[in-house]
Design a binder for this molecule. Structure first.
Ligand SMILES: Cc1cc2nc3c(=O)[nH]c(=O)nc-3n(C[C@H](O)[C@H](O)[C@H](O)COP(=O)(O)OP(=O)(O)OC[C@H]3O[C@@H](n4cnc5c(N)ncnc54)[C@H](O)[C@@H]3O)c2cc1C
Length: 306
């Protein structure tokens, strides 16, 4: 019997887990990914000879199946961050094990999705019936954020359940010492501007000697207000806050790399309803905005289909 065919839109965590499970069930699966790389919001940038996670900073592994899959896929590349996360007053926040992939968190998706047929740099612009680019599929699994899925499926976007996040990487010509060595991250959920900043030097072997690299994520309020502004405007504000918080002299900046996440985190739980027949949706909208939850969402959506 001819195997059933599925098109999975997106090679992020949900896409990779959905595709793997379908493939294990004997389906012929093609993953379409519009970016050049895998991982989606579990994103890594290579800059100045350094590897920097500018989307998901670390991941948790509370789900035993996820834990087992990650350990088997990553082997020795699975690492943990030793230093702590503090609040704005410098108080340690509740400890949790923060995992990362030695070669960049985007590699997690690649490791978990080994052997899949993933076509990168291929944006699905339209789905005609159940055809993509002239190829017929029995099922379409979309893991594109819900508003993008609605657009592709030709159904109305009733609401956008995600908040944006303005982010920036700041690379400083500064040996790694002082405040930056004492803590990994600073979280300030009540901040009007900088909600999260973290020093990537804590991820072993990732940052070139003589550099200190800080990743900054703006608060939801700040990100919403400035989403359409030129990055040069908002990244200057985040940079000033980072330098205050991490005691970095302003003249030390070598480069900054701003990034606009339009659909960063789920802030509103809505049921992903109204899709055409033979479409399913998977993604962090079905759980929480976490790497682990996205993987679980992909797994569960496909388990339900099977
Ligand atoms: C700034 C930021 C920081 C975060 N920090 C953490 C953290 O520290 N820890 C944690 O656990 N989680 C964190 N998260 C959340 C976590 O990254 C996400 O919840 C998770 O990665 C979502 O995975 P997904 O597969 O659901 O979606 P995505 O990762 O968004 O994957 C969807 C994929 O679909 C592709 N796509 C979309 N449209 C098309 C199309 N038309 N054709 C082809 N491909 C398409 C996209 O390019 C993307 O690769 C963070 C997120 C952001 C944005």
């Amino acid at each position: 019997m001819k195997p059933k065919r599925a098109a999975v839109i997106g090679a992020g965590m949900a896409g990779v887990s959905a595709a793997k499970l379908l493939s294990a069930a004997g389906w012929d699966v093609v993953v379409f990914e519009k970016s050049r790389g895998w991982g989606g919001r579990c994103a890594t940038k290579r800059i100045e000879g350094c590897i920097v996670d500018h989307g998901a900073q670390y991941f948790t592994m509370r789900d035993p199946e996820f834990d087992a899959a990650v350990r088997s896929a990553c082997g020795d590349a699975l690492c943990t961050i030793g230093a702590s996360v503090v609040d704005a007053a410098g108080e340690k926040l509740e400890a949790r094990t923060m995992f990362y992939h030695a070669d960049g968190n985007s590699r997690l998706a690649r490791a978990l999705g080994a052997d899949l047929d993933v076509r990168t740099a291929v944006e699905v612009a339209e789905v005609v019936g159940l055809e993509i680019g002239g190829e017929h599929f029995d099922t379409i699994v979309s893991t594109a954020p819900w508003p993008q899925t609605c657009k592709l499926a030709g159904i109305p976007i009733v609401s956008n359940p995600y908040a944006p996040c303005l982010a920036a990487i700041f690379a400083y010509d500064l040996p790694w010492e002082g405040t930056a060595t004492q803590r990994y991250g600073v979280r300030d959920d009540s901040s009007q501007d900088l909600a999260w900043s973290a020093c990537e030097n804590h991820k072993c072997g990732r940052i070139a000697d003589g550099l200190t690299v800080i990743v900054a994520h703006a608060s939801e309020t700040f990100s919403r207000a400035r989403l359409e502004q030129a990055p040069v405007e908002w990244s200057a504000i985040l940079r000033r806050r980072v330098e205050e918080l991490w005691e970095i002299p302003p003249g030390a900046l070598r480069h900054s790399y701003p990034h606009r996440w339009r659909y960063a985190r789920v802030t509103q739980k809505i049921p992903p309803a109204g899709l055409p027949a033979h479409w399913i949706f998977a993604g962090d909208l079905l759980g929480a905005s976490r790497v682990e939850s996205a993987w679980i969402a992909g797994r569960d959506a496909v388990a339900h289909l099977l």
